[in-house]
Ligand binder design. Structure first.
Ligand SMILES: [Zn+2]
Ligand SMILES: [Zn+2]
Length: 129
């Protein structure tokens, strides 16, 4: 997914916006010709536009593809994996516990402790050293 998407994504469970982005792997892509700038929240700057001193050019928001990462919701404590460039924004009842736990284990070193211990709907509490 592109950083640009952070301007649009909301938590599917509690509708909170914006989400917090944690980036693990990225790749550069050809920039599309007429790129729209982020309007409310800039993912690359990790800030609301009205809280930035200078208006961002948002070039990186289109140029960088996030291959692997994680999105977290500051409101309900849920987290969503970004895998193979796709943010998997599934409601709780459609998530696969084994698959999600595997993701947390694989990227443990890059994921904030709070998510590992208390993240919803799944976390690694009880499995951490
Ligand atoms: Zn932007
Ligand atoms: Zn939420």
């Amino acid at each position: 997914m592109k950083y640009r998407l952070m301007d649009l994504l909301i938590c599917p469970m509690c509708r909170h916006f914006p989400l917090v982005l944690h980036v693990f792997e990225t790749r550069e892509i050809e920039q599309t010709s007429k790129s729209k700038k982020c309007e409310i929240y800039c993912g690359y700057e990790a800030s609301r536009i009205d809280e930035l001193i200078n208006e961002p050019d948002c070039e990186e928001c289109w140029k960088k593809e996030i291959v692997t990462g994680l999105l977290s919701c500051g409101e309900c404590g849920r987290w969503y994996p970004i895998q193979d460039e796709i943010p998997r924004m599934l409601p709780d009842n459609m998530r696969d516990k084994n698959r999600d736990s595997q993701f947390l284990t694989t990227w443990k070193a890059r994921i904030p402790d709070k998510i590992l211990a208390e993240g919803r709907p799944f976390n690694l509490s009880g499995r951490l050293d």
